[in-house]
Design a protein around this ligand. Structure first.
Ligand SMILES: Nc1nc2c(c(=O)[nH]1)N[C@H]1C(S)=C(S)[C@@H](COP(=O)(O)O)O[C@H]1N2
Ligand SMILES: [Mo]
Length: 401
């Protein structure tokens, strides 16, 4: 009842309490159950986020977190698979161990050593959950029913993974690099969250071990003290609280590689297929698909018939954004939006466009981003069992008056 009341209030343009406005704006396509349990929650060190579950913590960013191309640290989404998240005190004596049968030797680093012994590197990159927008899938797919906010864009500071791996010595026979973090399950049977990437991606100069996020230490819930940053790839590989890195000569075969985070083989384009993990049926999810989001308007919002501004962001898996086009007639005609500051090929690219309906009544807005690789957003959902890669062109109906 309360929810319906709030929705009605928001639709009528009434001033709902700010804390509740975000929930009133939850996408109507989300499953009913999700809409009922979602609440505005705060984790220590975080501002208000939309809480989808608490153990493990899964919190997405509300739309207003995307008004800027850099997502503020305290509005950055939080996603965990395992419920036992080590506290800060334990992490004070954090160490990173590197070894494996693909390494010449085992080495260990403290945070101070990482910061002192290697050249620093920085990259601005989107960290987006593979399942972002899963809640918008029709028919619904099981999993965390994310809306549009399981993503964020930050400036990550740290050291290159390849420089650190070089200290352990990378053998010719190494094919993958696996990461483990300090979090764990409550029951013994929960498979530990271990993820691997192909050696080629691990050696890429933009792949980092980062301790800094937008000039600050990583927030606890975003991986303090150090996380892996794999620009262009979905966030499942961005291991938080990473404390063990293993050079492998055989494919990592834990649950989170073999059974989870897979897409039907060949369904989604990628620059770097994860060859050592491909099976007859499927392959690991890798690169982020081109996408965009309107950040200043919601479905049902009132706009001025004399003209209004549409603002948003667009991003992809590392080619950068070539064009963002907006339609105000339900997809019949398209005009190019003006692109804003370019923070690099892995980052959110802001854009804006002025629309003049010139008449009162409904206006059907659509937005379509195209990457520098010529890939455009999907016109129709590409179904896949786990509900990944939702990048369907956004349609939004506003009312001009
Ligand atoms: N240690 C650890 N790292 C992890 C995960 C996890 O459960 N544990 N989840 C991954 C997934 S699936 C996502 S979407 C991102 C979320 O990053 P964030 O919580 O900083 O937003 O972390 C990744 N790294
Ligand atoms: Mo994720």
């Amino acid at each position: 009842m309360l929810r319906r009341h709030l929705l009605a209030g928001a639709a009528a343009g009434l001033a709902a309490r700010p804390a509740l406005a975000e929930l009133a704006g939850l996408d109507p396509r989300l499953p009913d159950g999700t809409r009922d349990v979602a609440r505005l929650g705060t984790l220590p060190g975080k501002g208000p986020l939309i809480q989808l579950s608490d153990r493990p913590p899964n919190y997405e960013a509300p739309l207003d977190a995307f008004r800027t191309a850099i997502t503020p640290n305290d509005r950055f989404f939080v996603r965990y698979h395992l419920a036992l998240i080590p506290d800060m005190d334990k992490l004070r004596d954090w160490k990173l161990e590197i070894g494996g049968d693909g390494a010449e030797r085992s080495v260990t680093f403290t945070l101070a050593q990482l910061q002192r012994d290697f050249p620093h590197a920085e990259v601005t990159a989107v960290c987006q959950c593979s399942g972002n927008r899963r809640g918008l899938f029709q028919p619904h797919v099981a999993g965390v029913e994310w809306g549009v906010g399981a993503m964020g864009n930050a400036r990550w500071t740290g050291v290159r993974l390849r420089d650190v791996l070089a200290r352990a010595g990378v053998k010719q026979s190494a094919i993958e690099v696996a990461f483990n973090g300090a979090d764990s399950g409550i029951v013994q049977e929960t498979p530990d969250f271990v993820k691997s990437i192909p050696l080629g991606k691990a050696m890429h100069p933009d792949t980092l071990l980062a301790w800094g996020m937008n000039g600050q230490p990583l927030p606890h819930y975003n991986g303090f003290p150090v996380r892996v940053v794999v620009p262009g790839w979905t966030a499942t590989y961005w291991m938080k609280h990473v404390n063990a890195i293993t050079l492998l000569t055989k494919p990592e075969d834990g649950f989170w590689m073999k059974a989870a985070y897979r897409v039907p083989k060949g369904l989604f384009p990628t620059d770097l297929p994860f060859a050592s993990q491909v099976t007859a049926a499927n392959e690991p999810i890798t690169q982020i698909m081109v996408n965009s989001l309107v950040t200043n308007l919601r479905d049902g919002e009132r706009v001025r018939a004399a003209g209004f501004e549409v603002q948003g962001i667009a991003w992809d898996g590392g080619h950068g954004i070539r064009t963002v086009e907006v339609s105000s007639d339900g997809g019949t005609s398209w005009r190019a939006a003006t692109l804003g500051e370019n923070l690099g090929v892995y980052a959110f690219r802001p854009w804006h466009m002025r629309v003049v309906p010139g008449h009162a009544g409904p206006v059907r807005l659509m937005v379509r981003a195209t990457s520098n690789a010529g890939q455009a957003q999907a016109t129709q959902l590409v179904p896949n069992p786990a509900g990944y890669h939702h990048n369907v062109i956004q349609t939004l109906e506003v009312t001009a008056a």
